[in-house]
Design a protein around this ligand. Structure first.
Ligand SMILES: Cc1cc2nc3c(=O)[nH]c(=O)nc-3n(C[C@H](O)[C@H](O)[C@H](O)COP(=O)(O)OP(=O)(O)OC[C@H]3O[C@@H](n4cnc5c(N)ncnc54)[C@H](O)[C@@H]3O)c2cc1C
Ligand code: FES
Length: 282
């Protein structure tokens, strides 16, 4: 397997990118930016985004840019196309959900670290199991494609609360086999996506795969604990509120299993399951 390229360096400062496309997708919004200056991101990395217009209007929130994982990316004629999947939950994400083609977005990134390959994490691991929940399926789309290009055997398990929180599936995962779970039973297994993961980990040679996960904190904690109990290596893409995105404010610090803290924006957002004692959730 070819070696993973070094982490791409974000250009200094923020730059203005144009929205190429923006549309509804199963309760979420999917939009694409054309980035004429930045490098191609690696899966797991994120960008800090703020709209050019109507951001911090009349002294109202949102003041700071918002962190979004890159869901897909690819070289185009005039730059790199960056796709983002977003759920409106407050002033920043709601404004980003309103974006229309041609609008400008201030962009800083790609930031943070990236997912590693199964062999980099565990020499005996040949394959990957991707476990995504809700809006957390976003970074797993780019990861799945990169693994497919490197011939890494990959199983994809995705879970949704209900149909109105199930966006991105058709657009980002249409070309691969996906096992689904939904809490309301509208698609696939009725229940949690972690039920599907438990069945796989208990049913086959779990040690031959590495688990990669992104989703709500309670789901991530269930994945972390399930993998820890069975001795399966895992990488988790975590979230914490981010103000700067590049290591200056310490607003994103999370406690480490070994004591002390890490800044999630520079030492994450991807962490090994055994780096954190537990994923904090309500
Ligand atoms: C590395 C990273 C990648 C992300 N990728 C995506 C993505 O691909 N798509 C997407 O829709 N969202 C993503 N998010 C989450 C997104 O950044 C937040 O939802 C957004 O900042 C909320 O801003 P707001 O102004 O809309 O709402 P706010 O009013 O700022 O927040 C709404 C509520 O969510 C809580 N909250 C806000 N941000 C976070 C956070 N990061 N972690 C935990 N709780 C939080 C607040 O405490 C508040 O209760 C990501 C976050 C991080 C750190
Ligand atoms: S967001 Fe400022 S240090 Fe991480």
């Amino acid at each position: 397997m070819p070696e993973e390229p070094a982490l791409p360096l974000a250009p200094l400062g923020r730059r203005l990118c144009a929205v190429a496309e923006s549309r509804d997708s199963g309760g979420y919004r999917l939009f694409s930016l054309l980035d004429k200056e930045g490098p191609e991101p690696r899966p797991g990395q994120f960008y800090m985004l703020a709209t050019e217009q109507h951001w911090e209007q009349g002294g109202q929130r949102p003041f700071l840019p918002r962190a979004l994982s890159v869901a897909e990316a690819g070289p185009g004629k005039d730059g790199v196309r960056l796709d983002f999947l977003i759920e409106g939950i407050g002033p920043g994400t709601d404004r980003l959900c309103e974006l229309e083609a041609g609008e400008g977005v201030w962009v800083n990134g790609p930031l943070g670290n990236a997912f590693a390959t199964p062999r980099e994490i565990s020499p005996g691991a040949a394959g990957a199991i991707l476990v995504g929940g809700g809006i957390g399926i976003a970074p797993l789309a780019l990861l799945r494609r990169c693994f497919a290009e490197r011939n890494v055997p990959t199983r994809v398990l995705l879970g949704f609360r209900d149909q109105t929180h199930s966006g991105g599936l058709d657009e980002l995962f249409s070309c691969c086999e996906v096992r689904l779970a939904s809490e309301d039973g509208h698609a696939g297994h009725r229940g949690y996506v972690t039920d599907l993961l438990a069945a796989i980990l208990d049913g086959d040679d779990a040690g031959s795969a590495v688990v990669y996960s992104c989703g709500p904190p309670a789901m991530l904690e269930a994945v972390r604990a399930m993998c820890a109990e069975r001795g399966v290596a895992a990488e988790l893409a975590l979230e914490s509120p981010m103000a700067c995105g590049y290591g200056a404010c310490f607003g994103c610090a999370v406690p480490l299993e070994s004591g002390g803290y890490m800044r999630l924006c520079v030492d994450g957002p991807v962490v090994r399951g055994d780096q954190v004692a537990a994923v904090a959730h309500a």
